[in-house]
Write a protein that binds this ligand. Structure first.
Ligand code: NAD
Length: 292
């Protein structure tokens, strides 16, 4: 692999191996393995793939994973009832409700119903509040994975100008909080760009580290980056590819071919941020088990 390409699969193996060792130790100390329950509502094919990968990741590291599948007609109260049962289940350390939920269900209410001590997705306002207050407990998995990628590849964000494209509650906002925290993996100067930002191209060019999380295929082109940029691509977009068996392919928010000519390091899609997200979810589940 080209040395400038950040190998998300290899890095995720590293993290999973560390989690696996800690799970073994925990089991020796307490006699039990951590438990992760994933609630999947409906039949969105992308969500089904993500959930399957999470289950597989849990199996790999010795976490007891279970997937609770509910029909897309499930009501908000029915989903909350399942979450409440998991809240009081002593064998369940971590709860993740796969998003997006069907439109008739209020994601905010469901997230609020999760016990903050089992909220391994880090999306409960209690945990996002702790992060914003500089005392992170469960950090959302994708931002946590990105910080690990930077630190583990010698691209520590300390003192550097990081431009984050996107301000979602899942990626952009927690990531910008995390990068500006005091301490290892933080201490960056962070600019957050979003759909209302005016001079986005100029801001992108001023980035030493550019992280794109907007969901627009190949939005960042080479004229938007400076030589030597570290480019992290969070986007997972399906675009039509009639020559492929499936009829589509996955691309990121960064135009890999052109930006990789200028970047000093860049993540591919697939094989970049995605695998790290799963590894960090497993790491959060281990933390949850330690807190119980
Ligand atoms: P979102 O739709 O919730 O948020 C998109 C953000 O982009 C918004 O904050 C919006 O203001 C901003 N935006 C939209 N148009 C813009 C523009 N032209 N310029 C600048 N900002 C703009 O999306 P999300 O959930 O944060 O996901 C973003 C992408 O990351 C998606 O492709 C998603 O599939 C992917 N994703 C990947 C992982 C992973 O593990 N790799 C995890 C979560 C999301």
């Amino acid at each position: 692999m080209d040395s400038k390409i950040i190998d998300g699969i290899g890095l995720s193996r590293q993290v999973k191996s560390e989690v696996s060792d800690s799970v073994k130790r925990l089991k020796m100390e307490t006699g039990r393995s951590p438990g992760l329950s994933v609630v999947l509502v409906g039949d969105d094919p992308a969500s089904a793939i993500y959930v399957r990968n999470k289950q597989r990741g849990a199996d790999e590291v010795g976490i007891l994973g279970e997937t609770i599948s509910m029909p897309k007609t499930a009501t908000e109260n029915e989903v909350i009832r399942v979450v409440n049962e998991l809240n009081s289940d002593p064998n369940c350390d971590g709860i993740l409700v796969q998003l997006p939920l069907p439109e008739h269900i209020d994601e905010g209410r469901v997230t609020l119903s999760i016990d903050p001590l089992k909220d391994v997705d880090g999306l409960h306002p209690f945990n996002s509040g702790l992060l914003a207050a500089g005392k992170p407990r469960f950090v959302p998995a994708t931002p946590g994975g990105i910080v690990q990628m930077l630190v583990r590849t010698g691209n520590d964000p300390m003192g550097r100008h990081v431009v984050v494209l996107g301000r979602s509650n899942i990626v952009g906002r927690p990531l910008s909080n995390l990068l500006s925290l005091k301490g290892k993996g933080g201490n960056a100067t962070v600019t957050v760009c979003h759909s209302q930002t005016k001079n986005i191209e100029e801001l992108c060019r001023s980035a030493e580290i550019l992280i794109a999380a907007i969901g627009i295929p190949e939005y960042v082109t080479s004229d938007m980056v400076s030589d030597g940029v570290v480019a992290i691509d969070v986007g997972i977009n399906r675009v039509s590819a009639p020559d492929r068996k499936r009829g589509y392919k996955l691309v990121g928010d960064i135009d890999f071919l052109s930006v990789s000519q200028k970047a000093s390091a860049i993540t591919p899609v697939p094989g970049g941020v995605g695998p790290m997200t799963i590894a960090m979810l497993l790491s959060n589940t281990l933390l949850a088990a330690r807190l119980h």
